[in-house]
Design a protein around this ligand. Structure first.
Ligand code: FPP
Length: 624
């Protein structure tokens, strides 16, 4: 697979980017990357098309917004024009993210990439915050301040780039999670970013001086006796040459100290290695001509650059050829790019998803059965179901167990129709538990196909159902994760009922993960341990808004809850049916709800409390 010679149109084709307007946005980002990020562009060409276009979108968009903050103005002073343009861009971006579209070509490419790869917008907000301060004119007094800035502005971006590379390596783990569990990797990553940032500070010095900005800590200048005024006047004093020598030594030590993160895919290792080598080359180019740095950007020496890149290209092509790119991205449908309107650059409208897909009512049951009419207080708010018995249902019919799961998906769709008809607000189903990984590989494979297909069918029905996913990412194939996240995105404006799919779910793991997150935040000083109530704790669960379960139903004959929703189901009415799940339809759900309505729920007290007034968050002591 020779990546570099492929023309951009084929790259877009292979990345699933077919829309002409969207391609224009990606093209603008590609050109910006090529023009201003020589090293990033060269490394992007070592990546397969879907990752390459993502790199261009991220780099190009960040460059576009960074240019707004850096645009020539009154040197180093607050400039209301610049600040206004930056705010307009950020506010248009926020609107675009909310609406799942891009109101100018570059933002459209950026949002398309964020949705395709599920990149959270948080890292860009950190960047925006720092750029706001840049507009005011930024000076660093100490190395510590310089490092903090780097940590806020550059590291989050590098982490996103790392996240894309990890996905290329077939890992679905988020880089933050790796950083939290392997602190040495986080430190190594940070040191690499510091080295890159310091190298760029040297290389971009003349541009920064043009804007009246000195991108180095005062502490570094003081150490060698360089005066800011001399720098701004571009005086190449011996002290300045000493400063460059010291900074280059520092950056070189950091670069050499940085081990490559452990990656699974050899081509990712090649790309990261080339990136670091190109930076070493850039650093040498800067250190070789200290006085010239005051006047121009040093270019990468062409021959050395080619000597480095040609073998890297050959190695990357070989590695991608031997171990093909393992995942297909999941490009979303975006509303077309529009000309910006007003200061925010975008119109306030309803979500395009809601506009494009008005909800469709559920089809009636073929028998003509209608749901029972229950008084409001008797109606449970949240029903949770363990869909058991698929395998035995299939075996009893001489079919492979996997046919049972297919029939189970059909049963689920009918139950969802019935849940909407009876007016249930929350339905949660156990589709795959963390214990289910013990099943034979063939059955696991079938389930990993059946679940995303079922999710897609459900979303395609355009019901008034908001889909949520509860479960862990680890071990789940990336396409299953993408399908679940896409379902969450597409249906986020639906209000009729919330259907929570528990996929790769374990109740104890959910509670443990929530506890770990709280501890992390407490250690970081973001949460006061004294303020953790049950209600506050629930906010750290997979689906924070999920209410307590009123009725927990299990089909298939067994009478246990199997690590399903232990936090939410402490007061649930339990109902066990012998019927295997594939034989269930909406009428089974209605019957179960009626049975539940006749039970008395006491929550540890004496008088009957209607279901809708039940305590939430597991409150209420010694109970029955
Ligand atoms: C338990 O039955 C069932 C499962 C492990 C899978 C359930 C999955 C579906 C019904 C498909 C869901 C689809 C979507 C859209 C989420 P079992 O295999 O343990 O049956 P057994 O007890 O008879 O062996």
């Amino acid at each position: 697979m020779g990546f570099p010679p492929v023309p951009p149109t084929c790259v877009y084709q292979r990345s699933g980017i077919h829309d002409a307007a969207l391609r224009r946005g990606y093209e603008a980002c590609r050109r910006a990357t090529r023009a201003t990020g020589e090293i990033e562009y060269a490394v992007s060409l070592l990546l397969p098309p879907p990752l390459r276009t993502a790199t261009w979108a991220l780099y190009g968009a960040v460059r576009a917004v960074d240019d707004l903050a850096d645009a020539p103005g009154s040197a180093g002073e607050a400039d209301p024009g610049r600040a206004g343009r930056l705010e307009a861009w950020i506010s248009a971006f926020d609107t675009d993210v909310r609406e799942g579209r891009g109101s100018d070509p570059v933002r459209q490419a950026l949002i398309h990439t964020m949705l395709t790869w599920n990149l959270p917008p948080g890292f860009l907000h950190t960047l925006f915050e720092e750029l706001r301060q840049d507009v005011q004119g930024r000076q660093f007094t100490t190395w510590q301040e310089w490092r903090n800035y780097n940590r806020l502005i550059n590291t989050p971006l590098m982490l996103r780039a790392g996240s894309l590379l990890l996905r290329a390596a077939g890992l679905s783990t988020e880089p933050e999670a790796i950083a939290a569990s392997v602190p040495e990797a986080a430190v190594a990553w940070q040191t690499a970013v510091d080295a890159i940032y310091l190298t760029d500070a040297l290389v971009d010095l003349s541009d920064d001086l043009d804007r009246g900005h000195v991108p180095l800590p005062q502490e570094a200048l003081d150490e060698v006796g360089v005066r800011r005024t001399d720098l701004l006047a571009r005086r190449a004093t011996p002290e300045f040459e000493e400063l460059v020598r010291r900074l280059a030594d520092r950056a070189r030590t950091w670069l050499n100290r940085t081990p490559l993160p452990p990656v699974l895919h050899p081509a990712v290792g090649v790309a990261l290695g080339a990136y670091t080598d190109l930076y070493r080359l850039r650093l040498k180019a800067a250190a070789d001509v200290p006085a010239a740095l005051l006047h121009r950007r040093p270019a990468l020496p062409r021959t050395a650059r080619l000597r480095l890149l040609l073998p890297a290209q050959a190695k990357a092509a070989l590695a991608w050829g031997l171990f093909p790119f393992p995942i297909q991205p999941c490009p979303p449908q975006l509303a077309p790019a529009q000309a910006p309107e007003g200061p925010g650059g975008a119109k306030e409208t309803r979500s395009p998803a809601a506009q494009r897909h008005p909800a469709v009512p559920p089809p009636p049951h073929p028998s003509g059965a209608r749901p029972p009419q229950l008084p409001g207080e008797a109606m449970p708010r949240h029903v949770a179901i363990v869909m058991d018995g698929n395998g035995r249902w299939a075996t009893a019919r001489g079919l492979p167990r996997t046919d049972g799961h297919r029939a189970g998906a059909d049963a689920l769709i009918d139950v969802v129709h019935g849940a909407l008809e009876i007016g249930l607000k929350y339905l949660t189903v156990y589709a795959f538990s963390t214990e289910n990984w013990k099943r034979p590989a063939g059955e696991l494979h079938a389930l990993m196909c059946e679940i995303p297909q079922g999710v897609r069918r459900m979303v395609d029905e355009k019901l008034d159902v908001r889909v949520r996913w509860a479960g862990a990412r680890s071990r789940l194939p990336v396409d299953v994760i993408e399908e679940l996240l896409e379902a969450e995105r597409t249906t986020r404006d639906r209000t009729g009922m919330t259907l929570t799919l528990c996929v790769n779910y374990g109740g104890r793991a959910e509670i443990t993960a929530a506890a770990a997150k709280i501890v992390q935040e407490a250690v970081a000083g973001k949460v006061d341990p004294g303020s953790i109530s049950e209600h506050a704790f629930a906010r750290y669960l997979h689906v924070p808004e999920l209410p307590d379960v009123d009725l927990l139903l299990r089909t298939g004959g067994d009478q246990r809850t199997s690590n399903f929703l232990p936090w939410h189901a402490t007061y649930a009415e339990l109902l066990f049916l012998d019927t295997p799940w594939p034989d269930v339809d909406r009428r089974t759900l209605w019957d179960a709800i009626e049975q539940c309505a006749h039970r008395t729920r006491r929550y540890g007290s004496v008088p009957r409390i209607p279901a809708q007034h039940a305590p939430r968050g597991g409150q209420g002591a010694p109970a029955t």
